[in-house]
Design a protein. Structure first.
Length: 164
């Protein structure tokens, strides 16, 4: 390796180390734990949800949920591009991260091409979902409900267990 190549290598290495250190400090300042804490790379904040594309069914499978406080995953149908009526809700989930929830039973069969919304709701403390009392978890940045848009497709592959 020539002297010029060595200097370029050292400069690139120092730049990469500097960027990594900068990002780690920013994560620590924001209160987000580094990935070595056991959290998945998917989780960005205190509340999050991930649901894969679903095949038509009378259930909905949720891969990952993270809740700051105990709560529920509530499945809403689509009405004019926004969450509408409730089709089903999970059992109460503990604060923290939950993987591969039990399938949520829906009030009707979903249809190919349909859009659903899997929304996080916080428990009012009684452990039973009540749409009037258990309000949606709000995104701290946009103040909109924390949810994931779910596509129903006859072509969807049955998701396996998520291991992130």
């Amino acid at each position: 390796m020539s002297r010029k190549e060595f200097v370029i290598f050292v400069v690139i290495t120092v730049l990469i180390a500097g960027v990594a250190l900068f990002l780690r400090v920013r994560l620590e300042e924001s209160g987000i734990p580094p990935s070595s804490s056991g959290s998945t790379g998917l989780i960005i904040g205190a509340n999050a949800i991930y649901v894969a594309e679903q095949a038509p069914s009378k259930t909905l499978t949720v891969a990952v949920v993270r809740l700051e406080k105990p709560g529920f995953v509530v499945v809403h149908e689509d009405v004019a591009g926004a969450p509408g009526g409730i089709l089903g809700a999970s059992a109460v989930l503990p604060a923290g991260e939950t993987h591969n929830l039990s399938a949520i039973l829906l009030s009707r069969m979903t249809r190919d091409g349909e859009t659903l919304y899997a929304m996080l709701h916080v428990d009012d403390g009684d452990g039973v979902f009540d749409a009037g009392k258990d309000k949606p978890v709000l995104d701290p940045v946009s103040a909109s409900p924390m949810m994931m848009i779910v596509t129903v497709s006859a072509e969807a592959v049955e998701p396996g267990a998520v291991s992130l």
